[in-house]
Design a protein around this ligand. Structure first.
Ligand code: GLN
Length: 292
């Protein structure tokens, strides 16, 4: 059984539905993307089959996806994935959707490590791994590194482990559940590199984020306490208590946190650098703390 309308007609209706519900300029693009994902078609096939009937057994699903999108749910949670560093990562509302800015954090870790260490077998910890985008990418880019991924949320760890499994590195990463650096215990002194994209939005600001973020992404991954700096402060306090431990620290930060996070790291590091994202905003702080 087929509905009495074509794929083209379904696409036209889907676009105007999203448009009417506030979809703006991206309505047509999003309608196309949702339809292609639903029908499992690449762009060429989708347009080549424009005049074929839209399969009726998919009509209910399409309507449900469009309704979710119209109510503000991010596309990535609807289709269930997001690309990061050229690879596909599964996402669900237990994890933050990986952002392009965070690809620069990965890039920074790779570059700094290249410049500063002569040893290939580095021990690297990703704190607040979420979808596992950072840890899995580093494990794939640097097969000789020993990765540990930590998250407070068990449901996030499940997503990260599924992503690691899909990319063939689940067994290569050590998985720990707990608060920031705490689950490492004495192992912290064996770590060479600490990388983290912690929650860094000030609590009162979380409520002012765009709906797509505020109403759907996990606040556990966004809310960094009163000034958004709690996770950095607590990690730096832990680092200050150990003599050995990470020599390289790479944090993602909010655009207005460069100075504050640099000051925190300066208390334990010899060298501190604030780095910008592609929009020219402060986005990363790197600390170097050579072994004594
Ligand atoms: N970059 C995210 C946002 O803009 C915040 C990520 C975080 O808090 N680590 O919503």
């Amino acid at each position: 059984m087929e509905t009495g309308y074509t794929i083209q007609e379904a696409y036209r209706r889907a676009s105007s539905f999203l448009q009417e519900r506030g979809g703006g300029e991206s309505a047509a693009f999003e309608a196309e993307l949702l339809m292609r994902r639903l029908l499992g078609m690449d762009r060429t096939r989708f347009f080549a089959r424009f005049s074929e009937p839209f399969p009726q057994d998919r009509a209910g699903e399409l309507a449900a996806w469009l309704e979710r999108r119209a109510s503000g749910e991010p596309l990535q949670y609807i289709v269930g994935d997001q690309e990061f560093y050229g690879r596909v990562f599964r996402v669900n509302p237990a994890v933050l959707i990986p952002r392009p800015e965070t690809e620069l954090l990965v890039e920074t870790v790779l570059q700094e490590a290249e410049q500063r260490f002569s040893n290939d077998a580095l021990s690297v910890v990703d704190v607040g791994t979420g979808s596992g985008a950072i840890a899995v990418t580093l494990a794939l880019e640097k097969p000789t590194w020993h990765l540990t991924a930590i998250d407070l949320s068990l449901s996030a760890l499940k997503v990260a482990q599924a992503n690691a499994e899909a990319h063939g590195v689940r067994e290569k990463i050590c998985w720990l559940q707990g608060d920031l650096l705490a689950p490492l215990g004495a192992e912290l002194s064996q770590v060479d590199i600490l990388v983290s994209n912690p929650p860094y939005i000030p609590s009162r600001t979380v409520q002012t984020l765009e709906k797509q973020v505020r109403a759907f992404e996990p606040h556990l991954a966004l809310d960094g306490g009163d000034d958004g700096l709690d996770p950095y402060r607590r990690m730096v306090e832990t680092l200050a208590r150990v003599e050995a431990g990470p020599q390289l620290v790479c944090f993602e930060i909010g655009a207005d946190q460069g100075e504050a996070v640099a000051a925190l790291l300066a208390s334990i590091c010899q060298e501190v650098l604030v780095k910008q994202d592609l929009a020219g905003l402060d986005r990363m702080v790197v600390g170097w703390r050579p072994a004594v």
